[in-house]
Ligand binder design. Structure first.
Ligand code: ADP
Length: 255
């Protein structure tokens, strides 16, 4: 090769390198931005209950003493509620950060796990007057039993919480030897089309006040997505002809 040809090839190589470095930098800065956004959202969400507690305690101190029993009771109740909210948020954040380290080598009977979740959520369904149903094939997968339980529990709990009295929740489990499919269907309030992806973002809620009133902190689906991801699966919200919501999870066949 002539000297000028060699030179030309070197320049080409350098150009290629610079393009891939730039791409890497873009991806890095994107992930820093996501991290920054997550930290800002988490700080904001954690600060809200703290501010409510502080305001209630300030009010208690400024209303004069001796405080009435009713005032004391209201303060204690408010602080207890907010404290519960904070604990729930911190626990879920910790669980999310530890997901990678949980062993995923258990043989899980998915149909039995679904029945366990439905039995555990039966009292909530009764309270909300929602009917629970299941149509499950006998399916087995490898993974973390406690984490997969958490996935199904969170989805069924949401399907009950965001349903209407007299509503229905149906869980199906099937497998085609390549993939395991779990669907949780409800005929509740539904999720607007443009928010179907966003519901998996940490702290995202379609209706903040409704979620808050139902005890939600907006981390349930973010945790679900991460658990599905560490099991090499995928999750999505399907269109639901009856107006409600269907969550579908696909796990690879591992047994
Ligand atoms: P939350 O603690 O608010 O329930 P999630 O992360 O579990 O948080 O869910 C995020 C949001 O997605 C909820 O606030 C709700 O608006 C919406 N959502 C989740 N599941 C359903 C469902 N089955 N039907 C309607 N909306 C739902």
């Amino acid at each position: 090769l002539s000297d000028s040809r060699i030179e030309e090839n070197k320049v080409k190589e350098l150009n290629q390198l610079s393009i891939s470095y730039n791409k890497m930098l873009d991806r890095l800065s994107e992930s820093f931005e996501m991290q920054r956004q997550f930290t800002a959202n988490a700080a904001h969400e954690l600060r809200t209950p703290l501010a409510v507690m502080q305001a209630q305690l300030d009010l208690y101190h400024t209303t004069g003493h001796p405080a009435t029993d009713a005032c004391t009771e209201k303060t204690i109740q408010m602080v207890t509620d907010q404290n519960e909210r904070l604990s729930k948020m911190v626990k879920t954040l910790l669980d999310m950060s530890e997901l990678q380290t949980v062993a995923r080598d258990e043989k899980i009977e998915v149909d039995a796990l679904v029945e366990e979740v439905l039995a555990d959520l039966d009292p909530l369904a009764e309270e909300k007057n929602v009917i629970l149903e299941s149509v499950c094939d006998a399916v087995t997968m490898m993974g973390s039993d406690i984490l997969v339980y958490r996935v199904v529990y969170n989805l069924v709990e949401n399907a009950i919480k965001y349903n209407n009295p007299g509503g229905k929740v149906q869980v199906t489990v099937c497998s085609d030897k390549e993939q395991i499919c779990i669907q949780v269907m409800d005929n509740g309030s539904g999720i607007p089309a443009d928010m179907k992806e966003r519901v998996f973002e940490p702290f995202f809620r379609v209706d903040k006040s409704r979620s808050r009133a139902l005890g939600g902190v907006g981390l349930g689906l973010a945790l679900v997505r991460e658990i599905v991801r560490v099991h090499d699966g995928a999750i999505r919200v399907l269109d639901n002809s009856n107006g409600g919501t269907t969550f579908e999870i696909l796990f690879p066949e591992t047994v």
